[in-house]
Design a protein around this ligand. Structure first.
Ligand code: 4NP
Length: 159
């Protein structure tokens, strides 16, 4: 976290920024609001296949069924100034994590973590659901809910 007293900043990152990271953004925003913590949240993709597009309909379906709001979310690619701006840069899987480290200066690497490092789970990565079925999207949501609770506890302890 930055040394200032301003709200912590969290960036969720996956490959396409249409399935996992926008789901994390929607879930974490909902839970952060409910728990009263002050935090700035965004999401981005390591690749720009879907820039400007809304989240995948299957992600929205799974999330809306559990009360999360995806309105206004649009795909963007990770930008160089994200590494300065965000305190927590949270990758959905090891491929995303390695990509983030590869494109950033080493002085930012302490900010880059696997999101599921905040979850108590047998999973260490949020599996890419893009080419699978509905169950994959539900698993993504479950894992993201668990990690969000863990991250909220961490931020709450710091506020
Ligand atoms: P995401 O899923 O990284 O969770 O957004 C994917 C979205 C798109 C593609 C792959 C994964 N794609 O190959 O287009």
């Amino acid at each position: 976290m930055s040394q200032s007293q301003s709200a912590p900043t969290v960036l969720f990152v996956c490959l396409g920024n249409i399935c996992r990271s926008p789901t994390a953004e929607a879930v974490f925003r909902h839970k952060a609001r409910a728990s009263g913590i002050n935090v700035t949240i965004d999401s981005a993709g390591t690749h720009g296949y879907h820039i400007g597009n809304p989240p995948d309909k299957r992600s929205q379906q799974a999330g809306v069924a559990k009360g999360y709001d995806f309105a206004g979310l649009a795909c963007r690619k990770v930008a160089v100034d994200d590494f300065e701006k965000y305190d927590y840069i949270l990758a959905m899987d090891n491929r995303n994590l390695e990509h983030l480290k590869k494109i950033s200066d080493e002085k930012y690497h302490h900010k880059i973590h696997l999101f599921l490092s905040f979850a108590k789970s047998d999973y260490s990565e949020v599996p890419d659901p893009y080419y699978g079925g509905r169950r994959g999207f539900e698993l993504v949501l479950d894992l993201i809910e668990q990690a969000s609770e863990g991250l909220i506890n961490r931020l709450r302890a710091q506020q």
